[in-house]
Design a protein around this ligand. Structure first.
Ligand code: 5GP
Length: 219
């Protein structure tokens, strides 16, 4: 029987390396996962391509998507909207692909409410100090932006960690990817994510048992 794909949510602090983890995971296990491309109202950064990193849209267009129920979840993050287009995710799951959503904590919470069987991973650095160092070291953000992101991490993201299923500490990248992979593989074996398989198995087993019970006794 064809299994339905799982939803895998990956969140994490800005600077914890979740983007790199997701990119490498997709490359290393090519064809195994489907990566959802989000819609956002923020401006593209240099090098970002429409339809690859995000679908970059206007606020009006985003609000139309909300109104027509085109988004599975959405959230406001630092002055912009971000959301997951529904159609792609539903299609890929129906095809049996595990779908990865790289989204922030409010969106993850919505996903868990709609899909209690979604697997939620939170990526962090080994310590708060290292997080600060990585944000500063990237050199891509102004001091003000770094302060904003650290505040976001402290007040909104860290308090949400206990709602996640797994914590991924990004110390060494390859180990971290192996960890993410094994977490997804294990989660897929949980009976709650194999409901169709268990239901079909029980149905077949019951009918075999009943058939056997009806057979006349052999002499
Ligand atoms: P950035 O602007 O750095 O690309 O993303 C900002 C934050 O928005 C990140 O934490 C990212 O994971 C999150 N994000 C990206 N796409 C989505 C989405 O579709 N929904 C939600 N809720 N968050 C998203």
């Amino acid at each position: 029987m064809k299994r339905k794909g799982c939803l895998v949510v990956i969140s994490g602090f800005s600077g914890a390396g979740k983007g790199t983890i997701v990119k490498k995971l997709m490359k290393q296990y090519e064809g195994e996962y489907a990566l959802s491309v989000s819609m956002t109202t923020r401006q593209p950064r240099p090098g970002e391509v429409d339809g690859r990193e995000y679908f970059f849209v206007t606020k009006e267009r985003f609000e139309q998507e909300i109104a027509s129920n085109g988004l599975l979840e959405y959230a406001g993050y630092v002055d912009n909207y971000y959301g997951t287009p529904r159609k792609y995710v539903e299609e890929k799951m129906a095809e049996g692909k595990d779908v990865i959503l790289e989204i922030e904590v409010q969106g993850a919470k919505q996903i868990k409410q709609i899909f209690p069987e979604a697997v939620l991973l939170f990526v962090t650095t080994p310590s708060a100090e290292i997080l600060k160092e990585r944000l500063v070291g990237r050199g891509t953000e102004s001091e003000e932006k770094i302060a904003q992101r650290l505040l976001q991490a402290a007040t909104r993201e860290a308090p949400a960690i206990p709602d996640y299923d797994y914590l991924i500490v990004n110390d060494e990248l390859d180990e971290c990817i192996a960890h993410v992979r094994s977490v997804i593989e294990s989660a897929r074996s949980a009976p709650m994510r194999r409901r169709d398989f268990v239901a079909q198995f029980m149905k077949d087993l019951r009918s075999f048992a009943e058939r056997e019970a009806r057979k006349p006794e052999q002499v």
